[in-house]
Design a protein around this ligand. Structure first.
Ligand SMILES: NC(=O)c1ccc[n+]([C@@H]2O[C@H](COP(=O)([O-])OP(=O)(O)OC[C@H]3O[C@@H](n4cnc5c(N)ncnc54)[C@H](O)[C@@H]3O)[C@@H](O)[C@H]2O)c1
Length: 364
């Protein structure tokens, strides 16, 4: 049963539900449907903490057969081989087109499961139970799925809107501080590109957020999921507006690649990327120095890095940005803030300006 204090946010064919019990909300949803079987794809760390109790409840309270596949934790499993294992296990379990695929884990598992659901028998229904902050506010919403190839990240994927996303903040209690901060970067991003009141809330309530205060968490989850849902509803396939969600990502992706995905979590690289983008906006006269300072101090309060490492050269980063999969005809697209709550996409930036911004944002 959906509880009275659950928050529901529509997003295309999805409904994002912020709830105090993901398992109860999931069971109620399944009971209303006519699913033939349910298959759970679950992250190893999440399985260790929550898996048995979750599966037990599911098996006891719904009327169809349930099976599951525990995938190792970490980005390395997000590939075609694991997707193939999922399909094979689903087929051995006799999942047909009326089956429901449930994902439970961080963005690795939501991306992998979304991809698996969209291809299995040409597409079956999908529900996400995200368990990292990043997956709650970003990866589980919007329908982008994908796996990595040995030559690059997210190179193969589909668009597949989950029917439901059940966000239960209780799962955040076991998340490491570093992973929690990484998710906060995407929430700060939402405040900067779209919502001055979210930005102000983060500035004044960061202590409560870092202490996992339930009301404060509910507030930021609601605000950021609503922003992502609104943007995706207007531009699902990233033809224009959805690109704004890549704020901080042009610099961030280059940094992740340059450091071989080992030095920074995604949100940490995005935080540094947002600081680079703010510096660029300042140099172009779109924002004042106060904006740059406020955003940087918010990232620091959230436990995030804000400066490029000295180990990576500006030239290296510049080259990587030119070869990013979002770069079209050699033109690097930058999402630049024009104030708190507004941003725009700019493409024709002088190469020297890019390099001087990178030089300026480098720590010693
Ligand atoms: N589809 C999209 O729109 C989209 C958007 C952003 C990111 N992504 C993808 O998301 C992935 C990153 O997601 P992520 O940051 O969630 O990483 P992740 O899925 O690797 O999870 C991070 C770590 O947290 C652990 N974990 C998960 N939930 C936990 C919990 N409740 N308690 C304790 N540990 C827990 C996992 O085992 C893992 O070790 C990347 O592959 C990225 O490409 C996709």
């Amino acid at each position: 049963m959906v509880k009275s204090n659950d928050i529901e946010i529509p997003c295309k064919e999805s409904l994002v539900v912020i709830t105090s019990s993901a398992i109860e909300a999931l069971i109620a949803f399944i009971k209303k449907g006519t699913y033939s079987r349910c298959f759970l794809i679950i992250d190893q760390n999440v399985y260790t903490r929550y898996g048995e109790a979750f599966l037990q409840q599911l098996q006891q309270k719904i009327n169809c057969l349930v099976s599951y596949f525990v995938v190792k934790s970490g980005e390395a499993v997000k590939n075609l081989e694991t997707a193939g294992e999922c399909w094979q296990k689903m087929h051995s379990f006799q999942m047909d087109r009326a089956g429901l695929l449930i994902s439970m884990g961080g963005g690795v598992v939501t991306d992998l499961s979304g991809f698996a659901a969209s291809c299995y028998m040409r597409g079956i229904e999908l529900v996400h139970v995200p368990t990292t902050l990043l997956a709650m506010v970003d990866a589980s919403i919007g329908g982008k799925t994908g796996v990595n190839l040995p030559s690059g990240k997210n190179l193969v994927g589909t668009f597949c809107q989950p029917r439901r996303v059940f966000i239960d903040p209780l799962y955040l209690n076991s998340l490491s501080r570093k992973e929690f901060s990484s998710g906060l970067a995407e929430i700060i991003k939402c405040g900067v590109i779209e919502d001055p009141s979210l930005f102000a809330y983060l500035e004044t309530q960061m202590d409560r957020i870092m202490a996992l205060d339930p009301k404060a968490l509910q507030h930021i989850l609601h605000a950021s999921c609503a922003i992502k849902a609104k943007i995706v509803a207007k531009d699902e396939k990233e033809n224009n507006l959805r690109a704004l969600l890549n704020y901080g990502h042009t610099f961030g992706h280059a940094l992740e690649t340059a450091t071989h995905y080992r030095q920074y979590l995604h949100g940490e690289a995005v935080s540094i990327g947002m600081c680079c983008a703010a510096e660029m906006s300042f140099r172009l006269g779109f924002v004042d120095a106060e904006f740059v300072k406020r955003q940087e101090s918010l990232c620091i309060q959230a436990g995030l890095p804000t400066e490029l490492p000295s180990s990576v050269t500006s030239n290296e980063l510049f080259k990587l940005m030119r070869f990013d999969k979002k770069t079209v005809s050699g033109k690097i697209h930058f999402i630049l803030p024009t104030g708190i709550g507004t941003a725009r996409v700019i493409s024709d930036i002088d190469e020297r300006l890019i390099e001087s911004v990178l030089d300026a944002r480098r720590g010693v």
